[in-house]
Design a protein around this ligand. Structure first.
Ligand code: OAD
Length: 251
């Protein structure tokens, strides 16, 4: 896929920005080989809808099934490597005055690409918690019981992620709201914008005066005063965009 040109006006806006907020979704990890959320239930899992597995009720009804689905996904995510889009955002964080990186992803790839500070809105699949006490569980025996028991209370453990119908972590949401209010530029990258509250971050940021930049495969490339849309693969466009705005990042 050819990459759309990056308008000079946008490069100037990025160079002037004091605070850039970035929201990423499953599309940024697609080029690392992780299926996007809405394409994730393939093969054996194609008979389920995400809402049937990613809920507290599903876990209560069939904990082994939900555990096995997430174990497979965790193995895929552990084996994946960050791609040029993750590295480009880490470079942006090093070169722009302030970047708040918000992600809906649970794969940990931003951190592995060197991003020092990542706001995980939906948790992290590599972390576990007790399903009864909701306290973190550091060590568990994978492969014995499914799901393994909490070493403290014996209840099932579960991935420390946000399921449909659950609240986002307060601290992460506070940081997101602050970024939405105060950023000069808001990037929405690789997300379909179907799941709240993240879906309304970009329009809210625009309401506060930010320029919004959208990169995904659902939009048509277009350019307006406050809104730049790119139909592009993040792993191709973002490195170019970061090099154009911060040439020193290429060094
Ligand atoms: P989706 O699977 O809904 O959307 C993926 C988006 O990435 C789509 O807009 C694609 O066009 C775009 N895309 C695919 N490949 C791309 C690429 N190489 N470069 C750029 N964009 C690309 O994933 P999310 O929007 O992240 O939440 O889903 C949001 C939330 O829905 C997930 O975090 C999950 C789910 O419910 C929970 O589980 C709580």
């Amino acid at each position: 896929m050819s990459t759309p040109p990056i308008p000079a006006a946008l490069i100037e806006i990025l160079r002037q920005a004091r605070h850039i907020a970035v929201l990423t979704g499953a599309g940024i990890s697609a080029e690392s080989g992780i299926p996007t959320f809405r394409a994730a239930l393939t093969g054996l899992w194609s008979q389920y809808r995400p809402e049937e597995l990613a809920t507290p009720a599903a876990f209560r009804a069939n904990p082994a099934l939900v555990w096995q689905w997430y174990s497979g996904l965790r193995a895929t995510m552990r084996a994946a490597q960050p791609n040029p889009a993750h590295y480009a955002l880490a470079a942006m964080q090093r070169h722009a005055p302030k970047v708040t990186l918000l992600t809906q992803n649970i794969d940990g790839l931003h951190q592995r690409a060197g991003s020092p500070d990542v706001v995980e809105l939906h948790g992290n699949i590599h972390h576990m918690k007790c399903s009864a006490e909701h306290e973190p569980v550091e060590a568990w025996a994978e492969g014995s019981e499914e799901p393994p028991p909490c070493p403290r209370c014996g209840a099932h453990i579960r991935p420390d992620i946000v399921w449909f119908g659950e609240r986002l972590p307060d601290a992460a949401l506070d940081r997101a709201n602050e970024a939405v209010r105060t950023c000069d530029v808001f990037f929405s990258i690789g997300t379909s914008g179907e799941v709240e509250p993240a879906a309304s971050f970009a329009p809210r940021a625009m309401g506060h005066g930010a320029t919004v930049v959208v990169i995904n495969l659902d939009v048509t490339t277009s350019e307006a005063r406050w809104l730049y849309r790119f139909h592009a693969q993040a792993g191709q466009l973002l490195p170019e965009l970061v090099r154009a705005a911060w040439p020193e990042a290429a060094a």
